[in-house]
Design a protein around this ligand. Structure first.
Ligand code: ACO
Ligand code: ZN
Length: 180
């Protein structure tokens, strides 16, 4: 069965919290996940492998000072270890950035540990560049790179083939008795 991308729903909360704790030292309260979901549901996506959530991305749209453009901020992305190197993170990033642009963001940025080679490679492949290094950004003292890129994405990035992942955002899985 092929893997689909769809919006997060509250029924996914426990699994997304689990994936976050399993994959990253930066962990958040359930209420933080829910707050992002309520504010930017278009840019909180999961990868669903036949009913099993194996990855997520969550983002926020931020506005700077008066007159400055809106910016999309990728807060967190993670893929369970046994599902990596299949293009899932790439596909989640593409769909999230399309959603951020549709919400008015003219650029996208994120923070990443300077030692996180897999993630940095992923972001470079998506056209992000290192903007600056923030000393001691993480709780354990590690530095962060701030990486950014303009939106929208180029066709070359949008059209790069993703193996076994259906394109676009699918509707939420129907829930018995639900009306979504
Ligand atoms: N080594 C080198 N390059 C890599 C690696 C790796 N281990 N993983 C991904 N890449 C690069 C490659 O260019 C890859 O393309 P290729 O497979 O054709 O060579 C490209 O990224 C796309 O890879 P995907 O398969 O889409 O990435 P994946 O689904 O495996 O997820 C991720 C990548 C999210 C970094 C995953 O390794 C993970 O969950 N890591 C732990 C959590 C984490 O570090 N999250 C990011 C923190 S920063 C933030 O959240 C803003
Ligand atoms: Zn951040």
């Amino acid at each position: 069965m092929s893997l689909i991308l769809r919006r997060f729903t509250p029924q996914d909360l426990a699994k997304v919290v689990y994936i976050n704790r399993r994959c990253l030292p930066e962990n958040y309260s359930e209420s933080f996940f829910m707050q992002l979901y309520r504010s930017f549901p278009e840019a909180f996506l999961v990868a669903d492998d036949g009913g099993d959530v194996v990855a997520y991305i969550m983002c926020r749209v931020e506005r700077g000072f008066f007159g400055s453009p809106k910016r999309g901020h990728v807060i967190s992305i993670a893929v369970l270890p046994q599902h990596r190197r299949r293009g899932i993170a790439y596909a989640l990033m593409v769909e999230a950035m399309k959603a951020l642009h549709a919400l008015g963001a003219e650029e996208c940025y994120l923070e990443v540990r300077v030692s996180n080679k897999p993630a940095i490679s992923l972001y470079e492949k998506l056209g992000f560049k290192i903007d600056r290094r923030v000393h001691g950004y993480y709780l354990d003292g590690e530095d962060a790179y701030i990486m950014r890129r303009k939106l929208p994405l180029e066709d070359e990035i949008l059209n790069r083939p993703v193996r076994g992942i259906s394109r676009g955002i699918n509707p939420p899985r129907s829930v018995e008795g639900g009306n979504e």
